[in-house]
Ligand binder design. Structure first.
Ligand SMILES: [Zn+2]
Ligand SMILES: [Zn+2]
Length: 313
């Protein structure tokens, strides 16, 4: 008998704004203080997989969250660009004591990444878990549908698009997977369908990138088998990191954008799904930077960290 789960959603209706940084083109999402907030708290959905491990929102409720008003653009001599966002923000409550929590979390992420893409104007769906976000003994993961493509994803696309052009239409991540398996220097764990490594360009005290070994751009297209293997690699990775760090971590799904802004000529008639490879990034919260330059510094190498994490189990 599947358990009936509760859904908690916080909606911010029309009191949010997306502003574009005139220098970088990146977006900042603002919520006006004091604007009326629409809170919805009700028992709505039974989790489709009948698991008590993860509680997920109903796919039919997303239209309560934000509307799609006309875009406001080009105020103040065309320097500034602002718009009311369209999208959704959902919270997934996960039971950290459930032995298959990570597997059900990935299944729920896939489910919501597919479910929220029907909202008009959505370009990217972010899915993440910050381990410090807890409520009533549950870990709270989030899924956010944005009308814009986040800078982290855009930067990855710029690099992978160049690689695709220069290297006979090859996916940068597929090449990295091949290279990492061959050298084994930065591998933490591997199973039949997934690989976990410390990235060559490690920025954080702890950082692991996990990939399905078969090329797939869209997290929503991973099958149950691949999600199970990714969850296994994730479980092994997080367990090992926890042996060395008491600190919190962030688990981030990176998936292909649904669309790029029309002004963005990144894809230049190429299909971005050929040069984006979905992956999961696990990072510790803090990173040392030189001021706020975006240049990271750290003690120790990714090879040393991978060696340390590889030795268990
Ligand atoms: Zn690939
Ligand atoms: Zn990434």
């Amino acid at each position: 008998m599947p358990e009936i789960n509760t859904l908690e959603k916080t909606a911010e209706k029309i009191n949010a704004e997306i502003r574009r940084d005139p220098f970088t083109g990146n977006s900042v999402s603002l919520v006006k203080n004091g604007a009326p907030k629409k809170d919805i708290k009700k028992v709505i959905a039974e989790y489709p997989y009948g698991s008590p491990a993860v509680i997920v929102g109903s796919p039919h409720e997303h239209d309560l969250i934000m509307e799609t008003p006309p875009r406001v653009e080009g105020r103040n001599n065309n320097i500034y660009d602002s718009r009311t966002p369209t999208g959704a923000h959902e919270y997934l409550h996960c039971d950290p004591n459930h032995p298959s929590m990570l597997e059900y979390l990935l299944i729920a992420f896939k489910d919501r990444i597919l479910g929220l893409r029907t909202i008009r104007g959505v370009r990217y769906i972010a899915a993440f878990l910050e381990s410090k976000n807890q409520h009533d003994g549950k870990l709270v993961a989030e899924v956010v549908a944005f009308p814009t493509v986040p800078p982290a994803i855009k930067s990855e696309l710029i690099g992978s698009s160049k690689h695709f052009d220069l290297r006979d239409n090859r996916c940068l991540w597929c090449d990295i997977i091949k290279e990492e398996i061959a050298s084994w220097e930065r591998v933490i764990y591997q199973n039949d369908f997934a690989l976990s490594i410390v990235p060559y360009q490690q920025r954080y005290e702890f950082e692991a990138h996990l990939f399905p070994t078969k090329h797939t751009a869209d997290f929503g297209y991973l099958d149950r088998h691949e999600l199970q293997h990714l969850a296994d690699a994730l479980d092994q990775t997080i367990k090992r990191i926890k042996l060395h760090s008491e600190g919190d971590y962030i688990l981030d799904i990176h998936t292909v954008p649904l669309a790029l802004p029309p002004s963005d000529n990144l894809s230049q008639n190429k299909d971005i799904s050929h040069f984006f490879h979905t992956h999961i990034e696990v990072t510790s919260i803090s990173a040392k930077e030189y001021g706020r330059t975006g240049i990271y510094r750290r003690n120790g190498t990714p090879e040393e960290l991978a060696k340390l994490l590889r030795q268990y189990f």
